[in-house]
Design a binder for this molecule. Structure first.
Ligand code: AQP
Length: 327
């Protein structure tokens, strides 16, 4: 089985990224041949500082390894090192519907907040479709926020196959059973996000333990006193889910364990559990990040493996679309 997922080298990575992304990557690499991509080409679709991109790419690479990816076992690489991604995106734009791109909620949300909306922000899901399809991916571990983009990648694959002949595997998403959408601690009706969330409500993976504890202590809860999940209790539901993931229990077990306890106890315990969960990650990250030549070496190994794995698919695309190939 082939597995692929991508993550952007933008902003500080947060607990939502850990639960919907990093944690799933480490688990799914055991399922087969896995590819994990730092999608640096995606990160230029909104304003960014070119001076940051270099460091953030290496930061993220170190974080991917610190959270459990094994670069000997999986192919871990940067998108811009494999030119097939940009090429595939252009070819696939021929079978992507303009109307469908306009319906992407992430595009609408992000476009609304900006004065300058880049064409890249609009076509971003086509690049993402190419990322996935180039590796003949069966499964894509992602968070719930990427569901609509994956649906588009599936439609693009089906349209290409129907028009030019069977070329792509139609991929399926793998979503975490618990924590597919971690919410902002201060505004639990919107997802935790570095660009769209609140500073106090976003728990960053490299934050000091005391800062993390404080963010949980001041998390917004709901009316009533019971610790149970429900649509009327977005704050408590979010905390229960986070505690379940951090302590490897089910949300149901958490509800039973906290029967009769107060919100204060829950908030203190979630904070402590998250601090414990992230402490070894932070430690490992700092060690890895200190050795930049080794990170660059591992990145070039990943790039070579990814180039070799994606080249036959790109070639098949050109060929089936009727381009003259030079042998
Ligand atoms: N709140 C979340 N809960 C669960 N999973 C999440 N993911 C992101 N937010 C949550 C998952 O993390 C993976 C990497 O996502 P990304 O590269 O798109 O990260 P990002 O864009 O930097 O995340 P942000 O902070 O949420 O930025 P915005 O809001 O600007 O896009 C993906 O698998 C994603 O599902």
């Amino acid at each position: 089985m082939k597995i692929f997922s991508g993550i952007q080298p933008t902003g500080d990575k947060h607990l939502g990224n850990y639960i919907g992304g990093f944690r799933q990557y480490a688990a799914t690499q055991e399922l087969g041949e896995a590819f994990f991509c730092i999608v640096d080409l995606h990160s230029i679709t909104v304003e960014y500082d070119p001076r940051d991109l270099h460091d953030r790419t290496l930061d993220l690479f170190a974080m991917l390894i610190a959270t459990g990816l094994d670069p000997d076992r999986s192919t871990v690489f940067a998108q811009s090192h494999v030119t097939a991604h940009a090429e595939a995106s252009w070819l696939l734009s021929a079978v992507t519907s303009f109307g469908q791109l306009g319906r992407m909620t992430q595009f609408k949300d992000k476009a609304e907040k900006r004065e300058f909306v880049s064409a890249g922000l609009f076509t971003y899901p086509v690049l993402m479709a190419g990322d996935i399809l180039l590796y003949r991916t069966d499964r894509v571990p992602i968070g719930d926020d990427q569901r609509q983009h994956l649906e588009l990648a599936r439609d693009v694959a089906e349209r290409f196959n129907a028009r030019f002949g069977e070329t792509f595997v139609v991929p399926e998403g793998i979503y975490p059973e618990v924590g597919a959408r971690i919410m902002d601690l201060q505004e639990p009706t919107r997802k935790m996000s570095t660009t769209g969330g609140t500073e106090q409500g976003t728990v960053k993976l490299l934050e000091e333990p005391d800062v993390i504890r404080k963010k949980f202590r001041s998390a917004v809860t709901d009316s009533g006193r019971e610790i149970r999940r429900g649509d009327d209790k977005p704050g408590v539901s979010n905390l229960v889910d986070i505690l379940a993931v951090a302590t490897q229990r089910t949300p149901g077990e958490i509800e039973v364990a906290y029967d009769g306890a107060g919100y204060g106890d829950l908030k203190r315990d979630v904070g402590e559990a998250v601090v414990e969960l992230l402490a070894p990650v932070r430690q490992r990250y700092l060690e890895l990040r200190a050795d930049e030549p080794e990170l660059l070496r591992l990145l070039s190994v990943g790039a070579e493996k990814a180039r070799a794995a994606s080249a036959p698919t790109l070639e098949a695309m050109y060929d089936r679309m009727g381009f003259v190939r030079l042998g």
